[in-house]
Design a protein around this ligand. Structure first.
Ligand SMILES: Nc1ncnc2c1ncn2[C@@H]1O[C@H](COP(=O)(O)OP(=O)(O)O)[C@@H](O)[C@H]1O
Ligand SMILES: [Mg+2]
Length: 228
């Protein structure tokens, strides 16, 4: 099992006010599974993904990544876990503007002190179908191309778990489909598990399972919301 949530609660505190975000979420993700996370804005999807990627810790309950309870780790161990086992793709612009595409892709390898970073980055860009974009700056790329670079970067260190937060949210339908196709294809080749928050009916339909969040809790049963 790649990921397990047991009765996970999360609240934020802003100006001494408690803002609940997740309220007792229990879920699991098997190796190689693609699970879509759906639900309205503000229902807790990003919070859930941050906990799943050890970018944040639960207020209560347990999050386990590949059998390791995130609350049991110190900051160094959490950073190591994130850098070695997790890949993130976000909706918003996320490439470093002063680096070329291939330099962006090799960044996680540089951070992890891996040798042959450039060659591995180029291989991943090849798999993602964007090898010809290696030397471009982000401002010279289309939105879809940028997301493909972001996907290559998220997968370059061969993480067990890819977390994606509305990765096609800023793209037109056609480009979104292309980017999703790249993701699904590459998952088949690498066997990466994917947990993806999405408002795209097509992306949700392509998943092995759908989890629907509503006000910080999972709606029981596999479900698609009436309105995405
Ligand atoms: N850093 C934060 N500080 C305070 N409240 C937050 C923070 N992040 C999210 N929230 C609140 O937590 C709830 C869940 O938000 P979020 O996880 O971003 O939902 P979604 O991604 O589904 O839109 C919302 O009420 C939101 O306002
Ligand atoms: Mg969100």
């Amino acid at each position: 099992m790649v990921l397990r949530f047991h009765n996970v609660r999360k609240h934020y505190t802003v100006a001494e006010r408690r803002i609940p975000a997740l309220d007792g979420v229990t879920l699991h993700l098997d190796r190689g599974e693609y699970v879509a996370l759906v639900g309205r804005s503000g229902c807790g999807k990003t919070t859930l993904l941050n906990l799943a990627g050890a970018a944040d810790l639960p207020s209560g309950g347990e999050v386990e990544i590949e059998g390791v309870r995130t609350s049991s780790l110190d900051d160094d161990a959490l950073t190591r876990l994130r850098r070695t086992r997790i890949g993130f793709v976000f909706q918003l612009l996320q490439l470093l503007p002063t680096l070329s595409a291939v330099e962006n892709v090799e960044l996680p390898l540089q951070l992890a002190g891996v040798r042959n970073a450039r060659a591995r980055a180029l291989r991943m860009m090849d798999l993602t179908g964007i090898a010809d974009l290696a030397d471009r700056q982000p401002r010279q790329l289309s939105g879809g191309q940028m997301q493909c670079v972001a996907i290559a970067r998220a997968l370059v260190h061969d993480p067990g778990l890819l977390l994606a937060d509305e990765p096609t949210g800023r793209l037109d339908t056609q480009t979104a489909e292309t980017v999703m196709g790249v993701l699904i294809d590459i998952r088949r080749q690498l066997g990466t598990s994917i947990l993806m928050a999405t408002h795209s009916p097509a992306a949700a339909a392509a998943a092995d399972r759908r989890l629907m969040l509503s006000n910080g809790t999972l709606v029981p049963g596999e479900s698609l919301p009436p309105r995405l």
